[in-house]
Design a protein around this ligand. Structure first.
Ligand SMILES: Nc1ncnc2c1ncn2[C@@H]1O[C@H](COP(=O)(O)OP(=O)(O)OP(=O)(O)O)[C@@H](O)[C@H]1O
Ligand SMILES: [Mg+2]
Length: 373
């Protein structure tokens, strides 16, 4: 799928702006603090309800206004749809598809699919297990939206279970009540582990060749480290999970936590079998995360038959000339990529590659198209 147009009203530093994109590569150039990230953030927020910088939609309203609106025209290969989200102080969000108000925001997420890279995403490599779990879970949700509800249920049961530990009840009473929670925890937890394990096989195949395009002779692998040993079926994982919970029951009650389950999973990101968190350089870590994001997009395309729109923020910095060229060649193969950069120099000789490339500049929330190749 691809975006044909976006219109922003009072979104961050944009008061009123309309930008028309083409298929292929779109490059947004601008100095610091002009609105490059804000533009990509607007698309990602509309498509996912999330942004990497805030949990509060009010922060997205232009400081001098009391509402914002994001409107996009998106082509999904069959038709063009108009998708809109607006937010007004005191009233909250309104979602429209082709002008018709939708009660559930998820309806909108079904209509547009994006993969967003932000330099903050380097924390997928550098950060703790939580960052990696979130990355993997977001891919699964994009492929299978009901996964969101499985996770929500799991987290809720986990919270209730832990609250029971801290309720001040005698241990005997706690144990009596636990079995009801545990069965549900096991059931939802095993589904999460099963999904995560299954995703990785197909994912790794893609991540590997993408990374090799950027760094020849290097093998990127994401290795699942489930807190409960893997199983060949959901039932097997359920059994293992149940046994572990029982084994740890008394210490868990003592400590007031649930010490085993998919909320304790991790993923080890390896290059040539070495842990990239410890061994990879800054530029390598960036290439790793870019490869993970591209692989996510390709897997989503394979599973949903729709290629997401790639939104890659500040993508070229820290990369050497050879890697920039390799990355750009990967971009040429995608239906639509929208990238931002502070410098046109990065693109000098890269622009002529067969597919359309449009160049835009942004300055103080005003976007201008400056060229097409
Ligand atoms: N709610 C808001 N209202 C008005 N301006 C805002 C709001 N939120 C952020 N801004 C401003 O928008 C400007 C552009 O931010 P943005 O993150 O898009 O910059 P950028 O072009 O990506 O810069 P960089 O190259 O440094 O990443 C910043 O000066 C920021 O202070
Ligand atoms: Mg930025």
């Amino acid at each position: 799928m691809h975006l044909n147009q976006i219109t922003l009203l009072n979104f961050r530093n944009y008061e009123q702006a309309t930008v028309s994109f083409n298929q292929g590569i779109n490059i947004i150039l601008g100095e610091n603090a002009q609105g490059k990230t804000n533009l990509l953030e607007a698309v990602y927020f509309l498509a996912s309800g999330k942004t990497h910088r805030t949990n509060n939609a009010e922060d997205l309203i232009n400081l001098r206004k009391d509402f914002f609106k994001i409107l996009v025209l998106v082509n999904n290969g069959i038709r063009e749809n108009s998708l809109e989200v607006s937010y007004k102080k005191g009233e909250g969000k309104t979602t429209r598809i082709n002008g018709i108000i939708k009660r559930k925001r998820e309806d909108l997420f079904d209509q547009i699919s994006t993969v967003f890279f932000s330099p903050d995403d380097l924390r997928i490599v550098k950060g703790g297990p939580c960052e990696r779990r979130e990355f993997v879970d977001e891919i699964i949700t994009q492929i299978k939206p009901t996964y969101r509800f499985i996770k929500m249920r799991y987290v809720k049961i986990l919270k209730q279970r832990n609250a029971l530990f801290r309720s001040g009840l005698e241990n005997e009473r706690i144990v009596e009540q636990l079995s009801a929670w545990d069965e549900q925890l096991v059931s939802f937890g095993a589904k999460i582990i099963w999904k995560r394990a299954n995703l990785l096989e197909a994912f790794n195949n893609k991540a590997k060749w993408i990374y090799q395009a950027l760094a020849p002779q290097e093998w990127l692998t994401v290795r699942y480290q489930p807190s409960i040993g893997p199983g060949s079926s959901i039932e097997e994982i359920e059994d293992k999970f149940r046994i572990e919970l029982e084994k740890r029951r008394m210490t868990d009650i003592e400590l007031g936590v649930t010490s085993v389950g998919p909320h304790r999973d991790d993923f080890r990101i390896e290059v040539n079998s070495k842990d990239s968190r410890i061994h990879s350089s800054q530029g390598e870590q960036r290439c790793i995360v870019l490869s993970l994001k591209m692989a996510a997009g390709l897997l989503i395309r394979e599973e949903t038959e729709t290629e997401p729109i790639f939104l890659f923020d500040d993508v070229m910095s820290e990369l050497d000339e050879r890697r920039r060229r390799a990355l750009f060649n990967l971009f040429f193969k995608r239906e639509q990529v929208i990238i931002t950069s502070t410098s046109q120099m990065y693109f000098g000789s890269l622009l002529k590659g067969g597919k359309t490339v449009s160049l835009f500049t942004v300055s103080q929330g005003k976007v201008k198209k400056i060229g097409r190749y």
